[in-house]
Write a protein that binds this ligand. Structure first.
Ligand code: PLP
Length: 462
């Protein structure tokens, strides 16, 4: 890289030539951008010399922390041996075999096969085609509709964004595509509280939306239900305790598939290997990505149940689907090294038994702050719901998103990456975060809330 280029020159070149994902370019000034040039553990450094704590594990993915030379070395060794070969046309290679065996060992007992993709979006594209193909092969081609939820995130490709329930994404490019149906989400703080139901009643109501949708569309037309165990990008939405048991009961009474999108919840984020395991759900398909490689290289995949795999193995059946980089050797090597670290260091158990509970207690203490209406956390991901009046939790800020953004900017300025979703702040740090680092993170979040409170008062917003 151009080590001698000044930070400012880099930013100018970035502004001239780089179209960023999910970015309002019109208001992104040259100096509003940060150039991240180095990372280690939970820390990032930018080209202006700031050290910043990475409270988001990159983008929910760097589960083992930054700078693991073990992964770098595994990738280097693989690249020098076999940097690329495809997995089409009767060929395979050692790293993809080893990774598949490893994933089958981690996955629930009824899942033993993996289809590889380059990302979480591609994993969900694969799933959409796969569930429809599965039912067609079973002689029920009318079972095409996939039921999803509003405010779900399943990726940015045409199928991913259609499966997702983000209104803003649907407003561009003619989405969603047909035969995808979105039901209400189990979002207690944002939507349930206002209904007059108790949290448990609301959880049951939201779950039964699935049953009502199946009834309306006709079970003979429904292929599957897709959901994140806990919605990530939608705002770390932890469903009421009644939600998943009721969904499970409904799924058991219906002949449809259950797809668990584990792209964030997988690989230890909840303190279990998979979020569906945390909620004792039995998926037929799981989308994986992010924590699969801890983001060291891009990779996604689909874990497939034995029942579905059996249909694909029938004589004369071929699934006409695949990516040039399905099972890329270097990405497999990164995933193997990453999973080896997660296992050796017991990171899943660490989140469940130790650092998770430690962080949750401290995080929830932020609820006392006047700006915070709810502080929630499962495993190692959480949210702070910001409200204008702590004595009236139904009240929301006008101009949704403004206060979230102001507070997020304070957080950055204080040296902590948190993400704003509407008027909430999201945290999802590497699973390796230490107690001292948790203390630092929570202290910085508290200072950020104080600073934001000051700015909002000055601006007359609280
Ligand atoms: C990030 C994400 C995706 C999309 O993954 P990409 O690798 O960005 O394509 C899909 N589902 C969930 C739940 C995600 O968080």
């Amino acid at each position: 890289m151009r080590v001698n280029t000044s930070s400012h020159d880099l930013k100018i070149a970035d502004q001239k030539h780089h179209l960023h994902p999910f970015t309002e370019h019109g208001s992104l000034g040259v100096d509003d951008r940060r150039v991240i040039s180095k990372a280690d553990g939970v820390w990032l450094w930018d080209t202006d010399g700031n050290r910043i704590m990475d409270g988001m594990a990159g983008l929910w993915c760097v589960n083992v922390g930054h700078g693991r030379q073990e992964i770098v070395e595994a990738v280097r060794a693989q690249m020098s041996e076999l940097s690329y070969y495809n997995t089409f046309f009767k060929t395979t290679h050692p790293p993809v075999i080893e990774l598949s065996e490893m994933l089958a060992g981690i996955a629930p007992d009824n899942m033993n096969m993996v289809f590889y993709a380059g990302s979480g979006s591609e994993a969900n594209d694969t799933i959409l085609r796969l569930v429809r193909t599965y039912w067609a092969l079973k002689g029920q081609p009318s079972k095409k509709t996939v039921i999803s939820r509003k405010n779900a995130y399943h990726g940015s490709t045409v199928a991913g964004a259609s499966l997702g329930g983000m209104g803003a994404m649907h407003s561009q490019g003619g989405l969603p595509i047909p035969d995808i149906h979105h039901i209400d989400q189990p979002y207690w703080f944002g939507e349930g509280m206002m209904t007059g139901m108790s949290e448990d009643e609301f959880g049951l109501w939201a779950a039964r939306e699935l049953d009502r949708a199946i009834e309306k569309i006709g079970e003979e037309n429904v292929a599957a239900f897709i959901a994140e165990p806990i919605q990530g990008a939608g705002g770390v939405i932890v469903p009421p305790a009644t939600y998943w048991p009721e969904v499970r009961r409904i799924l058991e009474s219906r002949d449809i598939l259950f797809i668990s999108d584990e792209v964030i919840c997988g690989f230890g984020r909840t303190g279990e290997w998979f979020g569906s395991g945390y909620y004792d759900m039995k998926p037929d398909l799981m989308a994986i990505a992010k924590g699969l490689t801890s983001g060291y290289l891009p990779m996604g995949g689909v874990l497939v149940s034995d029942e579905i795999a059996e249909v694909l193995h029938r004589e004369g059946v071929e699934f006409y689907h695949g990516y040039t980089y399905s099972g890329h050797p270097a990405c497999c090597a990164a995933a193997i090294a990453n999973l080896t670290i997660i296992k050796r260091e017991g990171l899943v158990e660490r989140v469940r038994d130790h650092i998770g509970p430690y962080f949750q207690t401290r995080w929830k203490s932020l609820q006392e702050h006047p700006l915070v209406g709810e502080a929630r956390m499962v495993g190692l991901f959480g949210s702070l719901e910001l409200v204008p009046d702590e004595n009236d939790l139904m009240k929301r800020f006008d101009n949704v998103g403004k206060v979230g953004t102001i507070t997020r900017d304070h957080s950055f300025a204080n040296g902590l990456v948190m993400r704003a979703v509407r008027d909430s702040l999201i945290i999802s740090p590497p699973l390796t975060i230490t107690e001292d680092e948790v203390d630092h993170l929570v202290a910085t979040a508290r200072k950020t809330l104080d600073d934001a409170w000051g700015s909002l008062r000055t601006a007359g917003l609280v």
